[in-house]
Design a protein around this ligand. Structure first.
Ligand code: G3P
Length: 221
């Protein structure tokens, strides 16, 4: 499972990429707004220059033609831009039109298998089921990821759409996303930091150092 960062924060992206484990970024209007009143184009271009893989950024239009026009514009900003299109009827039409122009779409705000089937039929490069938001209303968000992967696997020749487990809230979600065979999990920076943490690792590192110093003093290897 590949890992993307779900943020528009430049420092967090810089750090994640420097660790070598982050290969893409996903943003949305809420995440961009968290960075203050930025120059949107320059901000997206800066993220694209830092990240080796796809950078998703979302359209604001509600109707297909507006989505397509916005998507064409943002897709011209960098070669690794992916356009996020919401899971509506208008979004399906826009996705189909954009995929014919070879503009990559991340079909977002996906909350059902049928939405994911339509995303694939329209030629979306990615689909983003929102795990945490389904959990928030008492449903099993990860079951949706699992089921989308399962139905896509029934059509390996026809469906190339990759499943991004999105709206990830905690490290356990990462484990569950991998067990559900999600192609990608897009994770908040905090969750990335939490993934590496284990108290026994910290204790182990301290103990190794103590044992070494007791015998060797401050000598290095
Ligand atoms: O990738 C989608 C994500 O940004 C939504 O997350 O936590 O707002 O549900 P959240």
């Amino acid at each position: 499972m590949r890992l993307f960062l779900d943020t528009a924060n430049i420092e967090h992206i810089r750090h994640g990429v420097s660790l070598g484990v982050i290969t893409g970024v996903t943003t949305n209007p809420s995440l961009i707004s968290k960075e203050g009143k930025v120059d949107y184009k320059r901000h997206v271009q800066e993220i694209c220059s830092l990240v080796p893989g796809p950078v998703s950024t979302e359209v604001l239009s509600q109707e297909a033609s507006g989505m397509v026009a916005e998507a064409r514009e943002v897709a011209s900003w960098a070669t690794n831009v992916v356009v996020k299109i919401p899971a509506s009827l208008q979004g399906i039409e826009a996705t189909w039109r954009l995929s014919r122009e070879k503009i990559k779409v991340n079909f977002t705000l996906c909350f059902s298998i049928n939405q994911a089937l339509l995303a694939a039929a329209a030629g979306a490069a990615f689909v983003s089921p929102f795990v945490g938001r389904l959990d928030d209303i008492g449903e099993d968000g990860m079951a949706l990821v699992r089921e989308i992967v399962e139905v896509y696997k029934n059509y390996p020749d026809a469906i190339k759409t990759e499943v991004i487990a999105a709206s990830i809230r905690h490290p356990q979600h990462c484990i569950e996303a991998a067990r559900a065979s999600a192609h990608i999990a897009t994770i908040p920076y905090q969750v990335l930091l939490q993934m590496i943490q284990h108290p026994l690792t910290d204790i182990g590192i301290r103990r190794f150092l103590q044992d070494w110093r007791q015998v060797m003093g401050e000598d290095k290897m």
